[in-house]
Every structure is written in structure tokens, then in C-alpha cells.
Design a protein around this ligand. Structure first.
Ligand SMILES: O=P(O)(O)OC[C@H]1O[C@](O)(CO)[C@@H](O)[C@@H]1O
Length: 259
């Protein structure tokens, strides 16, 4: 696990946007795994800016989102499809047909999950998966106790996640308690993973993910088993790390080696 500690959320976004830009430079038709939530918003703003400046093109890129609320139509304002359209897709030169988000209104949701797995496979797998981190250590909507080998499926949200995400819904609006999410096994098949976490509220989950035991109690801890993970965090999210100085020392050494 590569742990990058940066001063603030803006620096985290710039780092993540550069990783995505480098991936697309390596392969124009890259397959990206994308995330929702508030954390990647700055990264998406960076990507939009780089496309506007002509430094980056998504023309041949394909994307697969991690998750969607079960029971929300694609055009519902709180659906993750709407989120992606609003915060990224409608501002960049991506072919909309190349953007995949699980279908929250599928008549047969289990079949839709199996089809999502097949679509990822047919695209050749995910080159770079972007992840956020739940305060309880979830990745995608894989809540604590999720099987560490799980595939795309229907998941029940914890009351903590429902409460965390209530801020996106009006008081009288239906807030789903179920989701379709890529499984942890699905996520682990990505060739490269970049996880972003910012703010003090993420500090306990960040510590458990990086320095705790691998356990379904903290689903993100399974990333310790992946050979190509970069965890990009700000100072606030890093504050409970016991070996924080060591991670910064490693990064300084890496930069020296590169020079
Ligand atoms: O970035 P946020 O808004 O803190 O959310 C963290 C995580 O929670 C989710 O929004 C799901 O609750 C994920 O999509 C995200 O990775």
C-alpha cells in the first residue's frame, strides 16, 4: 500500500486527477472505475478543468461506477447516475454510452448484478478504480460484514451510512436502504486502485484500513492484499496513523529514487 499524505483536500484531488490523467495517457481507451460521495468531487472538478484546457480527453474512455441505490431511477436527482452526469459526465468529452452505472430500477436486480459483472469483464476489466471510504470502513456500498470475496450484488445499508447520506435527500424524500454495489472481490480485480479520504471524520477508518487487521469489520482493510493500491489522504484523515512519519519517509525516498 502506498500512503500519500497531503496538506488538504485540494492537493488530494490534484494528485488523484494526475493519476487518472497518467492512466489515460498510457491507454486512451482505459477502463475507469468511478465513485460517488463528496470526497471525489474535487477530483472530478480537476478532471473537468483539465479537459477544458485540452490536457485530457475521455473520448475513448469507458467507466463503471461502483454502486447505485436500489429503487431510484436513473433520472432521480439523488441517483448516482444523476450524480455522475451532474458532476462529471456532462462536462467532459466522454461518450455517454461508455459510462456504466448499475440500474437501480432493473426489473430483475439480481440479473442486473450478474450482467454488470459480465460488462466489466467484456470491457477487459478495470484499469484504475477510484474509491472513497465510508466512516465505517466501507468501500462502494460494501458495509462491514460484507464478504471479502463478494461480487456485484444487492446490499443493505447500515443505519450509519443511511444517516451519513441523509444530507443529500430532502426530509420528505424517499431514501433507499438498499443498493446495488460492485463486490469487494470485483473491486480487488482492478489493476490499480486509488482510494481517497479527507477530513477528521475519516481518521479512524483510515487507521483501521492501513494499520488494522484484515477483517470484514473494516472492508477497506482488504486493500492491504492488493499489489497496486495508493491511499491518498489529507493531514486531517491521517491524524490517527501510528506510522505516519514512516509513510512520509517512504514517499520522500520514492521521489528521490525517481529523480
Ligand atoms: O465521500 P463521502 O461522501 O464521505 O462518502 C464516503 C463513501 O460513502 C459513499 O458515499 C456511500 O455511502 C461511498 O460512495 C463513498 O465512498
Amino acid at each position: 500500500m502506498k500512503v500519500i499524505i497531503l496538506p488538504d483536500a485540494q492537493a488530494v484531488a490534484e494528485y488523484a486527477a494526475t493519476q487518472i490523467q497518467q492512466q489515460i495517457a498510457r491507454r486512451a481507451d482505459s477502463v475507469l472505475g468511478l465513485a460517488t460521495g463528496s470526497t471525489p468531487l474535487h477530483t472530478y472538478a480537476q478532471l473537468i478543468e483539465r479537459v477544458r484546457r485540452g490536457k485530457l480527453s475521455f473520448r475513448a474512455v469507458r467507466t463503471f461506477n461502483l454502486d447505485e441505490y436500489l429503487g431510484l431511477a436513473a433520472d432521480h436527482p439523488q441517483s448516482y447516475r444523476s450524480f455522475m452526469d451532474q458532476h462529471l459526465f456532462s462536462h467532459i468529452d466522454i461518450n455517454r454510452e461508455n459510462t456504466y452505472v448499475p440500474d437501480g430500477m432493473a426489473t430483475d436486480p439480481q440479473q442486473a448484478c450478474a450482467d454488470y459483472e459480465l460488462a466489466i469483464r467484456a470491457a477487459g476489466g478495470i484499469d484504475l478504480q477510484l474509491l472513497g471510504l465510508g466512516r465505517n470502513g466501507h468501500i462502494g456500498f460494501n458495509e462491514p460484514s460484507s464478504s471479502l470475496g463478494s461480487r456485484t450484488r444487492i446490499k443493505t445499508l447500515t443505519s450509519a451510512t443511511i444517516a451519513d447520506n441523509a444530507r443529500f435527500f430532502h426530509a420528505d424524500e424517499f431514501q433507499p436502504h438498499l443498493s446495488i454495489t460492485m463486490g469487494i472481490g470485483t473491486i480487488l480485480e482492478a489493476r490499480q486502485i486509488t482510494l481517497l479520504a479527507t477530513g477528521e471524520s475519516k481518521a479512524p477508518a483510515v487507521q483501521a484500513m492501513i494499520e488494522g487487521a484484515i477483517s470484514a469489520a473494516c472492508p477497506a482493510s482488504i486493500l492491504q492484499m492488493h499489489p497496486n493500491v495508493t491511499v491518498v489522504i489529507d493531514e486531517a484523515a491521517a491524524q490517527q496513523l501510528k506510522m505516519r512519519d514512516f509513510y512520509q519517509h517512504i514517499e520522500q525516498e520514492n521521489q528521490r529514487l525517481q529523480r
